[in-house]
Design a protein around this ligand. Structure first.
Ligand code: NAD
Ligand code: MG
Length: 386
């Protein structure tokens, strides 16, 4: 029997690319559930295409609209509880929701002992101590869809001891975003259109902005630490503008393993669905006989302070990553709505982190409380910046 797949966040950039992979491997997977935030028509079309039995929408008021589009057949659930219910009943759960809203998916999938194919880094980072606990559920596993973490997952294949003592550094590559090489003075004038123009990847708006500030890389440092159980002191970032080397593992003997492919998210998505098997497709295939050069340079920590904030959060306390991610979500939304300048995004996050207060991080209510505290302070900081 084919593994049952639940795809939550089906109408976004990762969601659509996941459907693309599934479309080309229809006999190998059974799509049993789809969920989305607002694009109900698109969700309905995908539901019909894959004959999906269970559907989810973010808002209860969208249920009727979806019902009218899909008819009486499929079950329709709504809200965070609905997302969690869909995540419990599948063999592979693709979490392609954006932001903290992905939390119920991550916790429900792992709590039910499922494979979590994880794109939604924000909830994973915010709730790291809880995630750690539910990952111990028999059958539960996380396969990262983030391209860097997928690369590291592959490069770590022979390293099996917990905490990876044979590894000196995990090296995360960063494209550097659209403003690589810009001075702090130039960055003051960045527009929304400038920031939404990523040089190598086409992604949803939130992660595109995160890539322009390098906060995405900061979040990925925290994500890598949680995923692989490696302290942030052994995680490094290097700028690699070609986005061909997706990340590297440096072993204690000096050997460095890398994973290379053309930038195409369908490759890590296919890896996450098929693991340990490989889907027979050539998503990222390169012509190695072609002349090409690969370059590497250190990130500019002065112009892009976000990575430093992420390392500081890792050291500040169990709840600090939740604050960082929540403050960033609020600041990015404010930038996209034209309420603050690009340079204010990370400034708002820094202001919030200056006010950080640690506290218990054992239950979902704790995570939600920290998330709300950081959002409240971010909103206050935004009124000062706007
Ligand atoms: P996106 O904005 O394109 O899509 C987000 C999806 O989440 C949409 O389907 C939306 O309807 C759904 N959604 C939002 N709120 C929801 C809610 N409350 N309930 C149910 N569904 C909801 O975002 P994206 O670029 O696809 O990114 C998704 C996640 O993957 C993010 O965490 C991002 O950091 C991560 N990621 C994305 C890429 C990429 O190439 N796009 C690469 C690596 C990691
Ligand atoms: Mg990434």
């Amino acid at each position: 029997m084919s593994p049952r797949v639940a795809l939550l966040g089906a109408t976004g950039s990762i969601g659509r690319q996941t459907l693309d992979v599934l479309r080309r491997h229809r006999d190998e997977f059974d799509v049993v559930a789809l969920a989305a935030g607002r694009r109900v028509e698109e969700l309905a079309a995908s539901a019909r295409e894959f004959s999906v039995a269970r559907l989810g929408v973010a808002r209860t008021e969208d249920r009727e609209r979806l019902r009218a589009l899909v008819g009486d057949g499929p079950e329709i659930v709504a809200g965070p509880e609905g997302l969690a219910a869909l995540a419990r009943e599948a063999d592979i759960v693709v979490n392609a929701v954006v932001g903290f809203a992905g939390l119920p998916v991550t916790l429900a999938a792992l709590g039910a002992g499922r494979r979590l194919a994880l794109a939604n880094k924000e909830s994973f980072i915010a709730a790291a101590p809880l995630v750690e606990r539910v990952r111990a559920t028999p059958g539960a596993e996380v396969i990262p869809l983030d391209s860097e973490h997928c690369a590291i997952h592959q490069c770590l294949a022979g390293s099996t001891a917990p905490g990876h003592p044979d590894v000196r550094f995990l090296w995360l590559t960063a494209s550097g975003g659209p403003f690589r090489g810009w001075s702090p003075q130039q960055l003051v004038g960045v527009t929304r259109e400038d920031a939404l123009r990523h040089p190598t990847w086409s992604m949803g708006p939130k992660i595109t902005i995160d890539s322009s500030t390098l906060m995405n890389k900061g979040l990925e440092v925290l994500e890598a630490s949680g995923l692989f159980g490696v302290d942030v002191d052994r995680i490094r970032v290097v700028v690699h503008p070609e986005s061909i080397v997706h990340s590297l593992v440096e072993y204690v003997d000096g050997s460095v393993l890398a994973q290379l492919a053309r930038p195409d998210m369908r490759l890590p998505i296919a890896y996450g669905l098929g693991f340990p098997a490989r889907l027979d497709d050539r998503w990222g295939a390169m012509d190695l006989a072609e002349r090409m050069s690969l370059s590497f340079e250190p990130p500019d920590a002065t112009a892009f302070p976000a990575i430093g904030l992420a390392y500081a959060a890792a050291r500040a306390g169990a709840a600090a990553p939740a604050w960082l991610s929540a403050a960033n979500e609020v600041a990015v939304a404010a930038f996209l709505e034209g309420r603050i300048r690009w340079v204010d995004i990370v400034a708002v996050v820094a202001t919030v982190m200056d006010q950080f207060v640690d506290g218990p991080m054992t239950e979902v209510v704790d995570v939600v409380r920290h998330d709300a505290a950081a959002r409240e302070r971010a909103a206050a900081a935004i009124t000062v910046h706007s």
